[in-house]
Design a protein around this ligand. Sequence first.
Ligand SMILES: Nc1ncnc2c1ncn2[C@@H]1O[C@H](COP(=O)(O)OP(=O)(O)O)[C@@H](O)[C@H]1O
Ligand SMILES: [Mg+2]
Length: 331
Amino acid sequence: MEYDPNSLQNGRQLMPPEGNAPPDASSSIADLPTQPTWAVTKPSATRPGVIQVSQQVTQPQQSTQPMSQEERARQKPVIVVRDLTKTYLIGNKTLVPALRGVSLEVYPGEFVAVLGPSGSGKSTFMNLIGCLDRPTSGEYWLAGKLVSKLSSDELASIRNQLIGFVFQGFNLLSRATAIKNVALPMIYAGVPSAERDRRAARMLALVGLGGRLHHKPSELSGGQQQRVAIARALVNGPSLLLADEPTGNLDSRTSIEIMAVLQALNDQGLTIVLVTHDLKIADYARRQVSFLDGKLVRDEPVLKRRVAQDEWSALVAQTAEGNGQNKGGTQ
Ligand SMILES: Nc1ncnc2c1ncn2[C@@H]1O[C@H](COP(=O)(O)OP(=O)(O)O)[C@@H](O)[C@H]1O
Ligand SMILES: [Mg+2]
């Protein structure tokens, strides 16, 4: 399984945002990609130079509506969690019940935001569904496999094959270039060197960083670094992308940039589970679940989903207008 931008055609492409940043754009705008990037639009013969995007999860095109019960019934869930509990033991005798019986299903192509106050069990839940830890009790099925009872080695192998992770802190190797950072997971997967570089370059192009392959993290903006991390998370063709507060270290403008990338990937069929404490960020998802005291207390579709690409286009237009006015004032 692999994201292969050339092998699959799904009728959607990554396109430059409507209204490009002006040439004399402010530095924050200049940080954003000026080349074809993530915006998803219908293919158009009049707009050359687009980046093809594969549909790795090979699910039907997503509509902008949340998934209906009928649609769900036709598909096999990526995640099935049944009565999951996790109790931490502190010292020898203090038990902390972090998850207290959570049941949930996530279907291919869903974009689920996991909400809840600090200490409610979000990270514990993510660690379990990310195969980073094992539950105290309950069942976890990932892509049809019962993973809750696997050994640590087996978990690691499943994790490498099926899950991509994106974290708040990017977690990039500071001395390695973007392409080497993205190629890293393929070393563990045994992919030959030339193929690693080829695929890494393609993934970076997919997230709008085709022109930054040989930059190190310190030479990239926060948003660009997070896009490198997203490319790295996707390079082995996971069934599921898990993002834990991916915009937590980013300003609001850059958060829109990252959410636009995630929405575009989700539009291509990628299943995403995103943890956030920020309700505004959760409104970019298609479905929201909320934790409280280790329990799932809410599970609802997002009826008025925010569209990051539209917001980004509006910001670009606003900045262009502002620049025009500034120029007018000084002449
Ligand atoms: N490794 C751990 N050892 C002991 N207690 C933990 C550990 N991780 C989390 N907890 C406790 O479990 C509960 C849920 O934590 P967590 O899943 O991190 O919540 P959230 O991510 O929503 O802030 C909290 O009471 C927290 O203190
Ligand atoms: Mg947490």
